[in-house]
Design a binder for this molecule. Structure first.
Ligand code: ZN
Ligand code: ZN
Length: 356
């Protein structure tokens, strides 16, 4: 499986006439060889690969790295790269420009004299967009775990509960069910705080009659989940119900339209145009969604600016919202897989307006 992923790099080697690529972005390293440590680099040629790490990770790497030789770097990692370059007659090495600091680039230039360093764009973004079977299984597992955890703790919602206490309960429940951690800080935005799309759970006390937007995700085996529900504490007003119904309809329409061949921009427009036609066009500022995988936000992006066409195996969120300053907001989000003939949902929390 990992070998298969690396073989997809062949066209970059050929097009750019590279001898090797030095990967420094950790999710890319994990994708290509399985290493899950917090520091390391991966040097890949057409027919060999070396995972470079320090002594904290040598044993871990020996257990999890597939298809690459583990090289422990005693001091400066770039010295090991230089030694490998000499051993393997490498003269042109691609580097990940977006994941190389100026200081690291200077160090590379110093330590690798005579080697041409080629700045690469996001080579793996394109490859990682379409998930393989092993990835889809992990994404399904983590999404199910998180959705089930939410349903276990949702009945805790009541007037007088602080947002942060709900978030702690949800985090505990996800961990109890096997999550390695959170995909991101849980968002619990109640009442007027719901107007902030990324209102992290705070000390605000939930009041009766308020809407509460809960955006949450778990992390397991390197893969993230991402889901949002908006629920009510006590009977919501008619305006709150109206906004929820508009967002729900926009969400459902967009999910129904997911299929191979539709562009990210077209999909975004389905939800955005509907929300605008219902009179809330000024209150939906962000894109419709994003890819999810080894990173919580990755390619492709569903936005008015993206012409990328959806393809089988892509995993994206669909998350329209309406945010009205001084009033509150609603967002509804699912994570879906693009299948050969349409779409399959990974997340499974109930999306109707539940009242607690
Ligand atoms: Zn989310
Ligand atoms: Zn999201």
């Amino acid at each position: 499986m990992l070998k298969n992923r690396r073989s997809r790099l062949a066209r970059f080697f050929e097009e750019l006439k590279l001898n090797a690529i030095l990967f420094t972005n950790l999710p890319n390293i994990r994708y290509l060889c399985g290493f899950s440590g917090s520091e390391g680099a991966l040097l890949v040629t057409m027919d060999a690969a070396w995972l470079l790490c320090d002594s904290r990770y040598t044993e871990q790497a020996a257990g999890e790295v597939v298809g690459a030789e583990v090289r422990e770097c005693a001091a400066v990692r770039m010295d090991t790269v230089a030694a490998l370059a000499v051993e393997n007659a490498l003269v042109k090495i691609g580097i990940e420009a977006a994941h190389t600091t100026v200081a690291a680039f200077r160090m590379m230039s110093d330590k690798l004299p005579g080697i041409e360093l080629v700045e690469l764009g996001a080579v793996l973004d394109e490859i990682r967009r379409c998930k393989d079977q092993a990835e889809l299984e992990r994404l399904a597992t983590v999404a199910t775990l998180a959705s089930q955890a939410l349903h276990t703790v949702l009945p805790n919602i009541r007037p007088g509960l602080r947002e942060v206490d709900f978030a702690i309960d949800l985090e505990f429940e996800m961990r109890r069910r096997g999550a390695d951690g959170l995909a991101f800080d849980i968002i619990v935005a109640s009442g007027v705080r719901g107007a902030m799309p990324h209102g992290k759970a705070g000390s605000k006390v939930i009041q009766s009659g308020e809407l509460i937007t809960i955006d949450f995700g778990a992390l397991k085996d390197g893969y993230h989940s991402d889901e949002t529900v908006t629920v009510a504490c006590g009977e919501p007003g008619s305006r709150a119900r109206e906004i929820h119904a508009v967002v729900r309809a926009a969400h459902d329409m967009a999910i129904e339209a997911v299929r191979p061949g539709i562009s990210c921009r077209e999909l975004d427009a389905i939800a955005r145009d509907y929300i605008r036609d219902q009179g809330f066009g000024d209150y939906f500022g962000h894109g419709l969604g994003h890819g999810v995988g080894l990173q919580i936000h990755e390619a492709p992006t569903l936005s008015p600016r993206s012409s990328v066409l959806l393809a089988e195996g892509m995993v994206v969120t669909v998350e329209p919202g309406i945010y009205i300053p001084g009033f509150g907001g609603v967002r509804i989000e699912d994570t879906v897989v693009v299948t050969a003939d349409g779409v399959r949902l990974l997340t499974s929390a109930v999306k109707q307006l539940l009242v607690f």
